[in-house]
Design a protein around this ligand. Structure first.
Ligand code: NAD
Ligand code: ZN
Ligand code: ZN
Length: 389
């Protein structure tokens, strides 16, 4: 079958690989019909994720048709149309029973690798390094889905493929980012990053009662989507001083909640960026927490910093003094997608949101390398690429 494979820094190729087989009684094999490229994929594309091997099949946002089932998967049938959550979770361990699915204690066979870096291991993730399980991903024609009795959600007939696809990751991720803020009616929420995750965080913040959302990025076409479609006020950080602008917009107090939807590849026009570039190039720091630092400094005293952006390792110049002395709360996590799939599917059915607003490019799976290049370079006003095998 054809699959998108990581071949090194800024290099993916669509190659012929063996078709997946059922290995465990709770597995399913899915024929992928739609799969997307995520901002998280850019982190391994750009060489920030340890534990990638040449030839690894990538991709963790996908949906498709069930073609084969292990004997213990009683809730699905061959032919079902399903969307699959990116965290692989057993549904039975201590963390899964607390609905902390991205912390599943049973799904990462290479837990020892993650423990070295993080103390304990989170769940395994499709197509996202050997440190997170070495599972083949879904930017391919077929994929093996472990614990298929727990993860995949059947898509009802009235919902189109492309409406359901983002229940695999970015819609729940943006929603959880907003939910972690503990928004009270009328609160002001600032969102750093107007990529797909930021866009869903903006819409979700309003769904959860925010009075105002202020979105920050440097790409005008992304800010425009945040403004026109999302109803956010916007700041281009190349044109304004973000901290000053936010103060001015909030009566000198700062936003009640600040969402980091940027992550470890943060960019800034200021000298801080050069500092982080040099330190990461010398392997003296692993991530560039530009947006996170700014979000902490910008937040109202007593407010919440919600970190949806992915960080991998160790960061510098972390303003811990501001966190302690101004009673800030920091919340974070890889999204516990399984927890949000059904409620958010219901929101799609009710018409609260149509996730297709995010799609700017539809391409054949064969064109995955062009899709990655365009999404990375933000060319052709790219916001989200959907690949069709
Ligand atoms: P993306 O790359 O399309 O978007 C990131 C945006 O941040 C870009 O538009 C970029 O211009 C902007 N940006 C960069 N530096 C900035 C700064 N200093 N201030 C404001 N904006 C800045 O990616 P995406 O798909 O939207 O994903 C965003 C982040 O969320 C990534 O780190 C991704 O790994 C992470 N993510 C996390 C989860 C989770 O479960 N926690 C799930 C999916 C994605
Ligand atoms: Zn993703
Ligand atoms: Zn589990």
């Amino acid at each position: 079958m054809k699959a998108t494979c990581w071949m090194g820094m800024r290099k993916v190729e669509v190659r012929e690989v063996p078709e997946p087989k059922i290995l465990n009684s709770r597995d399913a094999i899915i024929r992928v019909t739609n799969t997307a490229i995520c901002g998280s994929d850019l982190h391994f594309y750009n060489g920030f994720i340890p534990g990638m091997k040449k030839g690894d099949v990538v991709g963790h946002e996908f949906m498709g048709e069930v073609v084969e089932l292990g004997r213990e998967v009683g809730n699905l049938a061959v032919g079902d149309r399903v969307v699959v959550p990116f965290p692989i979770a057993c549904g039975r361990c201590e963390q899964c029973t607390r609905e902390m699915y991205s912390l599943c204690e049973n799904s990462n066979p290479n837990a020892w690798m993650a423990e070295k870096m993080w103390g304990y291991s989170p769940c395994g993730i499709f197509g996202y390094s050997h440190m997170l399980g070495g599972y083949a991903g879904g930017q391919s024609e077929y994929v093996r889905v472990p614990f298929a009795d727990v993860g995949p959600l059947k898509v009802p007939d009235e919902v189109e493929d492309e409406q359901a696809l983002f229940l695999s990751d970015i819609f729940p991720t943006g929603y959880m980012a907003a939910e972690m803020c503990g928004i009270r009616p009328g609160d002001v929420v600032a969102v750093w990053g107007c990529g797909p995750v930021g866009q869903f965080a903006i819409k979700s913040a309003y769904m959860l009662g925010a009075g105002r959302v202020i979105a920050i990025d440097r790409f005008d076409y992304r800010l425009e989507i945040a403004r026109e479609g999302g109803g956010a006020e916007t700041l281009n950080y190349e044109d304004v001083h973000v901290l000053e602008a936010l103060q001015e917009m909030t009566g000198g107090r700062g936003p009640d909640h600040c969402i980091d939807a940027v992550g470890l590849e943060g960019h800034s026009p200021g000298p801080g960026f050069i500092y982080d570039k040099i330190k990461t190039n010398l392997y003296m720091e692993t991530d560039r927490p530009v947006a996170l630092r700014e979000a902490i400094l910008a937040c109202r005293s007593g407010g919440t910093i919600s970190v949806a952006g992915v960080y991998g390792g160790f960061i510098d110049k972390f303003p811990m003094g501001a966190v302690v002395n101004r009673s800030l709360t920091i919340r974070s996590g890889q999204c516990h997608v399984q927890r949000y799939m059904k409620p958010l599917l219901n929101r799609i059915i009710r018409g609260d949101i149509d996730p297709r607003f995010i799609i700017t490019h539809r391409m054949h799976l064969d064109e995955a390398p062009d899709g990655y290049d365009m999404f990375f370079k933000k060319q052709d006003e790219c916001l989200k690429v959907v690949l069709k095998p």
